[in-house]
Design a protein around this ligand. Structure first.
Ligand SMILES: [Zn+2]
Length: 158
């Protein structure tokens, strides 16, 4: 009874592959052994890799267009802002904490819309400091959060 689940590359698989070769030449048996022991597992691995690649493509089919849109927004926002951070005014510098990122002015976590109108280009440092903070509050506290001043701004009266 042959095993149903991928017998290739197993002893059972090897024996099953050899069964039709009873009475065959030594060369044919050797070729069948090499195929069963060496080539079949490689084919099985290639198949698994193809399946994983297909699964990855399927998983990212939805996100890749969003990434492409973000790249476009960032390029447009940078051009509109003179290549400077909307919060600290630094000039963007790739590969550093001053690299350009897309920041949602009203954070998505606060119900802000995922539209370009709700986005600015901000350096990674400001983006990370701001997180989902209210933008007016962030502007007020940014120098303190960034360690540029020792004293936090006074609390506003309610
Ligand atoms: Zn900044």
């Amino acid at each position: 009874m042959p095993a149903k689940s991928s017998p290739e590359g197993t002893v059972t698989g090897s024996l099953a592959a050899l069964r039709p070769l009873e009475g065959a030449s030594r060369a044919a048996v050797a070729a069948a052994l090499v195929d069963a022991e060496l080539h079949a597992p490689l084919r099985a691995r290639a198949r698994r890799e193809q399946e994983m690649e297909a699964a990855w493509q399927q998983l990212h089919a939805a996100t890749l267009p969003i990434l492409e849109q973000r790249r476009r927004w960032l390029a447009e926002l940078r051009a509109a802002q003179g290549d400077r951070c909307a919060y600290c005014g630094c000039t963007f510098e790739a590969g550093t904490p001053r690299r350009a990122t897309v920041d949602h002015v009203v954070a998505l976590a606060r119900g802000g819309p995922d539209t370009r109108a709700n986005c600015v280009a901000a350096c990674q440092r400001c983006n990370e400091l701001k997180r989902d903070m209210d933008v007016a509050l962030f502007r007020k506290y940014r120098p303190w959060l960034a360690g540029e001043t020792r004293d936090p701004p006074p609390r506003s009266e309610p």
